[in-house]
Structures are given as structure tokens and as C-alpha cells.
Ligand binder design. Sequence first.
Ligand SMILES: *Cc1c(COP(=O)(O)O)cnc(C)c1O
Length: 353
Amino acid sequence: MTAPRLEIRLDRIEHNARALVERLGARGIAVTGVTKASLGSPEVARAMLAAGASGLGESRLDNVVRLRIAGITAPIVLIRAPMPSQVADVVRHADSSLNTEPVVLELLSAAAVAQQRRHGIVLMVELGDLREGILIDDVADIAKLVLSRPGLELRGIGTNLACQSGVVPDDVNMGVLSELATSLEADLGVSLATVSGGNSANLDWALSGADVGRVDDLRLGEAILLGCEPLRRTPIDGLATDAFSLVAEVIEAKVKPSRPWGTIAQTAFGPRPAAPDHGDGNRAIVALGRQDVDPDGLGAPDGIVILGASSDHLVLDTGATPLTVGAEVRFSLDYRALLRAMTSVFVTRQFVA
Ligand SMILES: *Cc1c(COP(=O)(O)O)cnc(C)c1O
């Protein structure tokens, strides 16, 4: 079998998605399954849909196209604002997109008219995290622009927190979003089909028993794929945290000293703290590096410590257990490690039962 390989357990992804669909459904909130950390994997998308996700969210148009080519017809929302240069393909392949810029909305409308389609628009509102979002006083004007353009359909509003600045979704910011939905409906004489409250970081709030107000959708990636919530990276009760694991192969196994010798300067990836002297110990190198994964997001098996990583080598202290050349070592992954491994051309993917 080839290494490094990412082993993916679709049944666990489906289990996680179903649990979240049920728990949030009880609160009137639908789940948009976000596939971006899986490189738009059609298999992962199908697992999410089988579990009851109301649609899919993807940040990359390439991945949206991959899902469509695989035959997925479920609604797909492009969750990163479209680039002006790609509006025609956005309209062709995605049902809707999250937007903040009037100039892009004009281009989307023109592209949709040219294709005799209507493209759904969710306007993103800035609620303090300072990534994408329209400032609250400007939302009504931009909503009017959407309503006046023939190629566009105003689906609703949304927000995204906890990504750029770590702002926590709470009763205050979610309350502002709900009030905005209600006031827009009154001012513009429309009804908004969706109020998309955020991402996996919203789960604590959404499941806390708080009044969720108008929020009726969450866009969930990490919680489904890794079974943990991103604010404190704690496992979510009843969810599987091992749907993904990364397997790498040992290419050197020797007893070596714990301290380097010679004059010490920077490593290939910057300065490194001096290693404490533990005497000689079991070391192994696995054929895995920064070109494959973000090593800071890897979890080693019990008894093994990751000592360092360069482009192609991961150096391990294997404690009391000497490994053998050719043996496989299995690592767990956090979100950043998963993202890099999924997008590395060097890592193969294997779906296991
Ligand atoms: C990535 C992303 C999500 C999903 O985030 P998770 O933390 O993986 O649930 C939702 N919305 C937007 C706009 C995103 O960029």
C-alpha cells in the first residue's frame, strides 16, 4: 500500500453529520455540509447528504466543479465570495454564493442573465470578526441592489465568526443578525429564506439552549469531519474524532543521541530551541514532511514524540519501542493538518470501511 496515505472512514463522517443534523434540527437549524477541507470530495459530500445535510458549501470553484462532475445535484453554495474573473462559472456550477461586494453582484447578475439563470445571493454581514462582511448600516442598500437585478435572487443573510479574529458566536452577535433579518424583511417587503449563523464555532451557542432567533442554517465542516468544535478544539459528545488518519512509512530507525553536535545555527525552517540531553534513544524518520502535511497539527501514537519536521522528513522519538524500516506509523490530524494533507499531491486518499 502507498504512503503517505490519508485513510478516510466515511461511516464516521456520516455518523457525525447525522448527529449534528438531528441536534440542530431540534432547534430549527439546517446543516450545510462544508466540503472544503476534503478538497471537495464527492464521497465526503455524499456522506453529508445521506446524513441529512440540506446542501453543500464549498470555498473553491474547482471543488464545486469536481462535485458536479461526480454527479452531485444537491444545492451548492460557494462560501468564499466569488472572484470577478470567475462569475460565469460560479453561476454555471453553484446555486448560490456568499457575497459582500456590489461590483461582484453586478457581474453575477449579468452572467446569470446571459445564461438564463438566477443566482442565489446570501449577503454576509460583518459582526466583528473582521473577515468578510458588509458593515451593518450598508446591508439594506446592498440588499436593494440584489432585489433590483434580474439575474439575482436574495436568499438571505449570514455571518462568519471565529475565523480571522476568534470572535465567539454568542447571544449578542447572533441577536444582531436575527434583528437585522427581521428589519430587512419589514423595510424591503421580502422574506428571507435563510439566516446562516456561521460555522462549527457556532455549535456551542446553537446547542446551549439559547434562543436561536432567526438563525436557521449553519455551515459545518470541521465539526462533521473531525468531530470537534473549533473554539477550544474539544471533542463533541458522541461524535467520532478519528474519521481521518495519516499513515506514513519509516525510512530510518536507529539509536541516536538526543543532542546535535557542531556549531548550531538556524534549521531549514528557522531557529530551533536547544534539545535537552536525554542520552541515546530510539529515533525513527518517516517519509512525511511539510510538503505533505502541517506537522504542528499531527498527533503521534502513544509513546511516540515528534521531534521535528522538514520538507520531506519527520523525525520521531519512539521511546521504549524501536521501529523497523518499512513499518507504518499512524497519525491523527487537526484541521490545519487535514487541510494540507488533503491538498498535497503527494498524499493518496483511501476510503476504508
Ligand atoms: C470554512 C468556512 C465554513 C466552515 O467552517 P468550519 O469551521 O469547518 O465548520 C463556513 N463558512 C465559511 C464562510 C467558511 O469559510
